[in-house]
Design a protein around this ligand. Structure first.
Ligand SMILES: [Zn+2]
Length: 126
């Protein structure tokens, strides 16, 4: 992208390497650095830090959906988009499970970084 500094790629190699060039949320492989954005898992507006542990590579599509919202919002959105069925919020899932309902594993969309086994800052799950 022409509006980005020429050293952007150099400065963000660590971010790319976190997921080997894939979106940390949906798992889409980036064709180039231009497709990667720097997402704060816990948004800065919600007290998230600017440290590398709170940042993940994110495709433009996921970043546009997530914005300054918690990751749970993006999970619900990806669940609807990719699985084509209504999504329950984490609170609704907990309520229904407590009431005895069980769900197939794929009901809850799994982020790519979860498949990699990352642990993130406190508050990033949900
Ligand atoms: Zn994505």
């Amino acid at each position: 992208m022409s509006h980005e500094p020429s050293d952007w790629r150099q400065r963000n190699k660590w971010l790319w390497a976190k997921t080997d060039g894939r979106c940390a949320y949906c798992g889409t492989r980036f064709a180039s650095y231009a497709e990667m954005t720097d997402d704060h898992v816990v948004p800065r507006s919600r007290g998230g830090s600017h440290s590398r542990t709170n940042r993940l590579p994110c495709c433009r599509s996921c970043n546009a959906v997530k914005g300054p919202r918690p990751v749970a919002y993006l999970r619900d959105a990806l669940q609807r988009r990719l699985h084509g069925r209504p999504a329950f919020t984490a609170e609704q899932m907990a309520y229904l499970e407590a009431a005895g309902f069980t769900f197939p594993a794929e009901t809850r969309f799994e982020f790519y970084w979860e498949k990699l086994g990352y642990s993130l800052d406190e508050g990033a799950n949900g």
